[in-house]
Design a binder for this molecule. Structure first.
Ligand SMILES: [Zn+2]
Length: 541
């Protein structure tokens, strides 16, 4: 059945806006003027009443399964304005948990820099006040640090003698006892001991996350899911996705950023036929995803020079150069695309070295390797990124918090050449946008506002490097067509044009005509996937 949508403000992926489009069998078949649209004689017509429509949003780096898990945990981003509030909320949350064989109390999203009472991280003593007989684990907003109580330490067998694994750190008190904080690779000492969810539980978490994403206008994500539960195999995660696809419950298209940290596992994955682009338009295998360092907030991003606000630390490299060379060299030779998390400049050096070596050994056209985050950069690195024609997976919404800490963490000089996504765009690189959710809420309009204003959402900080601001069009493109390019799908999605998948988002207001400081307040009215509504705030009729 052909459906005509008319009387709208439709951004097709190019300006000027048009007013009408037609969908049929899950695809767009026309975009243009109302009179042209009516000339098709469609069976169904929808009056858009001057509302704004663009291609469905694509969050090009996030963690769908982890988002589902965070939706099923205490929300410490919203209830963590102070350490006292966090602990009080967590106690109330714990008391309200239903009876379950799983004793763990989980929370997610705290950020000590945003506490109004004390800027320190919560530790075991704090969490012992939440519960002394049930284990508590709460993950920092960045996902690179977690805190547990004493009961959890006992359950996981962590003592003063437990060594930290490579690429990780165990926080310690002055007497050598663990203080309850675990950084990067050391987090697995805790996470590997959590109850293993079965496939049904995974499907439940994925459903929860997909429905929430649709409310933000999101129709596609590129998601890193294999490392959320260390004891759940990638096969189980893929099966969960495929079963949801078959039952029609996967209301977001997923491109899996396949996270592996050792070569035998990656080899088995590729030998099973999992190569970039395999799968369907609903669930497909994306690039090999690697984490090369930690986060700026937790001071685990790997820097060449020490932290300005902690001269004893340069952060953490997760791999040695040899390990990175091996993983990246293998994946590149297998024809995979590669996307590497790099926040600190020293981590980025290592990744660029490995990519250059791989490219030299096996020249490949259009491999679309990319850097996820790409935050602390030096001018010489911007040049190398350009030479390698890398894709940039940016998160402009990070500016909301990072503006407050970047100068403190790295000093004014390094801050002045960092978060230079617009410069990279001008250099001809494709910059897609995302949230790294659950690090940030997957709030696309908030991300667009940060991209356009280079300021915090409340407007209390910034603009930070105002010349790096995106235009509204560039910001929309970063969430649509540029995201599609990252997954080699720019010929099928990210635009409203004949032949493209009929994924689109209806907004109450036109972002081109909105005060940049109000972009985040534009309501998402409806989200369509394959021509069908997956979210409707109100009826469009
Ligand atoms: Zn991430």
């Amino acid at each position: 059945m052909k459906t005509l949508y008319y009387n709208g403000l439709v951004y097709t992926g190019t300006l000027p806006l048009v007013s009408a489009f037609i969908t049929e069998n899950g695809r767009f078949v026309f975009a243009g003027s109302d009179p042209e649209g009516f000339s098709f004689g469609c069976e169904k017509t929808v009056d858009l009443k001057d509302r704004f429509v663009c291609a469905g949003f694509n969050d090009s780096h996030m963690h769908l399964l982890n988002y589902g898990l965070s939706l099923a945990s205490a929300d410490l981003a919203t209830h963590g304005k102070s350490l006292a509030e966090l602990l009080e909320y967590l106690s109330v949350y714990a008391a309200g948990l239903p009876e379950s064989p799983d004793p763990w109390i989980r929370g997610r999203g705290w950020n000590q820099d945003l506490f109004s009472d004390s800027k320190r991280m919560p530790d075991r003593q704090d969490l012992d006040r939440v519960s002394s007989n049930r284990p508590v684990v709460i993950t920092r907003c960045c996902g690179h640090c977690l805190a547990v109580n004493s009961r959890a330490l006992t359950l996981c067998g962590i003592t003063a003698d437990t060594p930290a694994p490579a690429g990780g750190r165990i926080g310690r008190r002055s007497d050598g006892e663990p203080d309850g904080l675990f950084y990067d690779e050391a987090m697995s000492l805790i996470t590997s001991r959590l109850p293993v969810p079965d496939k049904e539980r995974i499907k439940k978490l994925l459903r929860l996350a997909c429905r929430a994403l649709n409310r933000y206008g999101i129709t596609s994500v590129q998601s890193d899911d294999y490392c959320v539960f260390p004891s759940v195999s990638w096969q189980t995660v893929n099966e969960a996705y495929r079963e949801l696809e078959e039952s029609g419950e996967l209301s977001v298209r997923v491109c899996e950023q396949s996270n592996f940290s050792d070569l035998p596992a990656l080899r088995a994955f590729t030998e099973a036929g999992c190569l970039t682009g395999s799968g369907s338009s609903r669930f497909r295998i994306g690039p090999l995803k690697l984490l090369s360092d930690g986060s700026l907030g937790a001071r685990t991003a790997f820097l060449r020079e020490p932290y300005a606000d902690d001269p004893s630390s340069r952060g953490l490299a997760i791999f040695s150069q040899e390990q990175l060379d091996e993983l990246i060299g293998f994946a590149h030779a297998q024809g995979l695309a590669i996307a590497v998390h790099a926040i600190g400049d020293a981590a980025l050096d290592m990744v660029l070295n490995a990519l250059e070596k791989a490219e030299k050994a096996y020249p490949r056209p259009d491999c679309r390797h990319g850097i996820v985050h790409c935050q602390i950069t030096r001018p010489d690195q911007l040049e190398r990124l350009k030479q390698l024609k890398l894709h940039i997976y940016a998160q402009t919404i990070f500016l909301d918090y990072d503006i407050h800490i970047v100068k403190a963490r790295v000093g004014a000089s390094r801050a002045s050449s960092s978060y230079r996504w617009k410069t990279l765009m001008r250099d001809g690189l494709c910059v897609s946008n995302g949230s790294d959710c659950p690090v940030e809420y997957p709030d696309v309009l908030a991300g667009i506002q940060c991209a356009v204003t280079r300021s915090s959402l409340r407007g209390d900080a910034g603009p930070y490097l105002a010349e790096e601001a995106f235009s509204v069009q560039e910001a929309l493109d970063s969430y649509t067509v540029c995201g599609a390019r990252a997954s080699f799908e720019e010929a099928v999605k990210g635009r409203i044009a004949p032949g493209y998948l009929a994924d689109f988002t209806v907004l109450e207001k036109n972002p081109f005509e909105t005060d940049p400081r109000r972009l985040k307040d534009i309501p998402v009215l409806a989200t369509f996937l394959n021509g069908e509504a997956v979210y409707l705030r109100d009826s469009l009729h």
